[in-house]
Design a protein around this ligand. Structure first.
Ligand code: ATP
Ligand code: RIB
Length: 315
């Protein structure tokens, strides 16, 4: 069964400088390498979901400049449908200057440009496509008025939703209430929950207002924690050599959407998401570093084989 996924979100041209260490404010450091690549949380999630085997449609806005070509190149190469992407000739395509240090950690500035022009009419135009989808995925790198509108539309149409509340600024209670699954990282969780909670589970529970809502909190090298109003479980990730963590969260969200759309149980979908995201951090770039379905499944199979041999030897 091929999962049908609609991603509403951003495209940014990523302008990435690789450096030994991050500069302090006011300081200049030497870069080791520079790369321009396709990015934006929305587009990264769309590309990742397609590479992981889903039938993906993207809803977004590009500007009138050459950076928009990067978007069409990657979407066409990966088979992401862009019938519902429009172009605003008078504004710039989103851009993201990114610094990546030798530990693979990043700092990102997002200049939204055309992403900010996304309108309710863009969602309305794709209503039939949304109705056919198994899952709608959205983040917060667009005109923020669109986020609750898209989530409400999906809900009306009976389509399950994932809100990746990134970047978070604590001003989106309606979106948080509307989404079926929330996927903050630890920083986003702290921002959204107001900070004063003793652990990840209680902070995540502070966001859940419906009994059928779930939070899947991503925890970097520790994996992810599933939190429902009644239960919580940590799903550890895979030990890998980190090159560049950019796009890890996006790959995780995409794989989670694909897994759930394919009717995997939630813990299984989170394991699949951990595998895909762990592979993503072993390569430079955002969308460029997303693994194929076969690569993610091979990592899962290797983990399973190790667990079986450990249990046979009594370890
Ligand atoms: P980013 O902004 O770097 O894309 P994020 O901050 O949104 O990521 P994280 O929680 O850091 O989100 O990472 C998302 C997922 O990526 C984790 O849940 C995990 O599955 C995987 N991941 C991230 N870092 C590592 C790591 N060092 N080793 C293995 N897996 C990792
Ligand atoms: O999540 C990674 C993405 O965040 C980058 O591709 C950058 O464009 C920013 O949107």
């Amino acid at each position: 069964m091929t999962a049908k996924i609609v991603v509403v979100g951003s495209f940014n041209a990523d302008l990435v400088a690789y450096t030994e260490r991050m500069p302090r404010p006011g300081e200049t450091v030497h870069g080791k390498r520079f790369a321009t690549g396709a990015g934006g949380k929305g587009s990264n999630q769309a590309v990742a979901a397609a590479r992981l085997g889903a039938d993906v449609s993207f809803i977004g806005r590009l500007g009138g400049d050459v950076f928009a070509n990067l978007a069409y190149e990657i979407w066409d190469a990966e088979g992401v449908n862009h019938d519902f992407v429009s172009r605003d000739e008078e504004v710039a395509t989103g851009v993201a200057p990114i610094l990546v240090d030798s530990s693979g950690e990043n700092m990102i500035v997002v200049v939204l440009g055309a992403n900010q022009r996304l309108q309710e009419s863009d969602i309305d135009a794709a209503r039939e496509r949304i109705a056919e989808a198994d899952m709608l995925v959205i983040q917060r790198e667009v005109n923020l008025a669109i986020v609750p509108y898209a989530l409400r539309t999906a809900r009306e149409l009976g389509v399950a939703t994932i809100l990746n509340p990134a970047p978070a600024d604590g001003t989106s209670p309606e979106s948080i209430r509307l989404a079926d699954i929330l996927t903050p990282n630890e920083i986003e969780l702290e921002t959204l929950s107001g900070g004063a909670h003793e652990d990840v589970t209680s902070a995540a529970r502070a966001l859940l207002t419906r009994p059928d809502q779930t939070a899947v909190v991503t925890l970097g090298a520790q994996g992810a924690r599933i939190v429902t109003p009644a239960e919580t479980a940590i799903i550890p990730t895979f030990a890998v050599e980190v090159v560049d963590t950019t796009g890890a969260g996006d790959t995780f969200n995409a794989a989670l959407a694909v897994g759930l759309a394919e009717k995997m149980a939630l813990p299984e979908a989170v394991r699949f998401a951990n595998a895909a995201a762990a592979l993503c951090v072993t390569k430079p770039g955002a969308a460029d570093s997303v693994p194929s379905r076969a690569e993610a499944q091979e990592l899962l199979a290797r983990r399973l084989a190790t667990l079986k041999s450990k249990s046979r030897s009594g370890c």
